[in-house]
Design a protein around this ligand. Sequence first.
Ligand SMILES: Cc1cc2nc3c(=O)[nH]c(=O)nc-3n(C[C@H](O)[C@H](O)[C@H](O)COP(=O)(O)OP(=O)(O)OC[C@H]3O[C@@H](n4cnc5c(N)ncnc54)[C@H](O)[C@@H]3O)c2cc1C
Length: 420
Amino acid sequence: MTSAESTSGTVAVIGAGIVGVSTALRLLRHGRDVVLVDRLEPGEGASFGNAGVLASSSIIPVTVPGLMTKVPSMLLDPLGPLYLRWSYLPRMAPWLLKYLGNATERGVRHVAANMAPLVADSLFEHLRLAEGTAAKARIKTVPYAFVFPDRAAFEADTLGWGLRKEHDIPWEVLEGDAVREAEPELAPKYGCLVRLAHQHGIIDVPGDYIKDLARAFADGGGRIVTAGVTGFLRDGERITGLATEAGDIDAETVVVAAGAWSARLLKTLGIDVPLETERGYHIELHGVSVKPNHAMMVADGKFVVTPMRNRLRLAGLVEFGGLDAPPSPAPVKTLMKRAEIIFPGLTYESTTDWLGHRPAVADSLPVMGPVDGHPGLVLAFGHHHVGLTSGPRTGRLIADQIVGRTPNVDLTPYDVKRFA
Ligand SMILES: Cc1cc2nc3c(=O)[nH]c(=O)nc-3n(C[C@H](O)[C@H](O)[C@H](O)COP(=O)(O)OP(=O)(O)OC[C@H]3O[C@@H](n4cnc5c(N)ncnc54)[C@H](O)[C@@H]3O)c2cc1C
């Protein structure tokens, strides 16, 4: 038995986002007693407001070669994709140095090789997870595309598209009239649309999807506790449960799936993980006059436009500013302005906006698996920009590990000991 495997005792999962709910549901289906603990209702963290894309082609990290030289212009551009709360800079500096240190071709290749097994087949993984639940009807096979001003802008990213090719991710390039045919409402300034031919999909309102999955978990006998986790119960090095605001919970195994908040919890055990929040925003346009045929990554703005039930969601951008600062007005204004630029003549009845916290590990790979020296503890967090996509596969891998099956993806590259 490895330090993570348990025989038949209770498993407590901290965090009811896509990663925690997927893990909990999988464990329940293995016949385990599972308690899912979150201070909020399920699906209220980052998993609530993301762009909803099952992005099986998203294997390229933010940290690409040349990023550093682009940062100043990104920060100065009033419609740019990057925002910084300057007062937070000293606190995040150690993480930032590590993060930017990975912006090399070698770093990108390493991330691509180890993200590919987590995001590939994501549509299928979601369908399997959601089978027999109300959530299944929210999985739609909407195609995913990148839009660029012109072909040259698309071709400029030789490393990213080259790596997709190496990973057998196919695409087709549309230009001129073909773009207008594919997306009649898109502004003429976007002359190139790259449609990923690989299986893609969207989740039609991700927060509702997670709640449906959590309901299926509860209906199947899983327990949901709504309370903040304040620490771990221990017997020597062994983790024996959780301390929560609603009292202690005994468990044979504890899974930390607390997204961007995971490092705070692990600090109480003396485990240091270079994890930051990449704050991201969405706006939703309700009663909107356009309904695109694709979910679209608008490459010059670094945000995604997704058609969802009764609404259009624009989600993306990156702001550095920590977990506790309130939302900033500028990114929301940018998304509003961008909506009008990409869809001239756009009308809508009302809008809402949202700030969420992507769990961003300095090397752009998630942290998954057992922890040497802490029997009973399993980690499952840090899925950056693709946690919705990769959550169900992560849940399956982690559940397999816990019940003593060999996961069909080698978890070594995700082991927390890479930071030791
Ligand atoms: C703007 C934006 C767009 C995105 N678009 C996409 C996309 O299109 N496709 C994609 O695949 N991914 C996308 N992502 C990324 C994706 O949303 C995240 O990677 C994913 O939701 C992370 O899931 P999670 O379960 O790890 O974390 P979360 O959903 O954040 O869940 C963590 C949970 O832990 C709980 N928690 C934390 N600390 C405690 C505590 N002490 N006690 C109790 N509970 C606690 C929180 O309340 C929360 O519910 C996007 C993210 C953003 C911000």
